[in-house]
Design a protein around this ligand. Structure first.
Ligand code: ZN
Length: 66
């Protein structure tokens, strides 16, 4: 598996990357997954984007799956 890309900005207490997107505070890995797969955040509402690498700060789309 390729290397993790760790989110370098603000992180939540549980280790997830956090960023602002269109006025909302969102988890960076969810947004990374959407951008890599041509989806909008609303398309994955209610779904869990999990880390195959078990690194919550990771935003490498190759490490993410629904
Ligand atoms: Zn990773």
């Amino acid at each position: 598996m390729s290397d993790c890309i760790e989110w370098q900005n603000y992180r939540s207490e549980d280790g997830y990357g956090i960023q602002k997107y269109r006025g909302k505070t969102v988890k960076a890995h969810r947004l990374a997954y959407c951008k890599a797969n041509g989806l909008e955040l609303k398309d994955i509402t209610g779904l869990v984007v999990r880390h195959k690498c078990d690194n919550p700060a990771c935003i490498n789309p190759l490490h993410l799956e629904i």
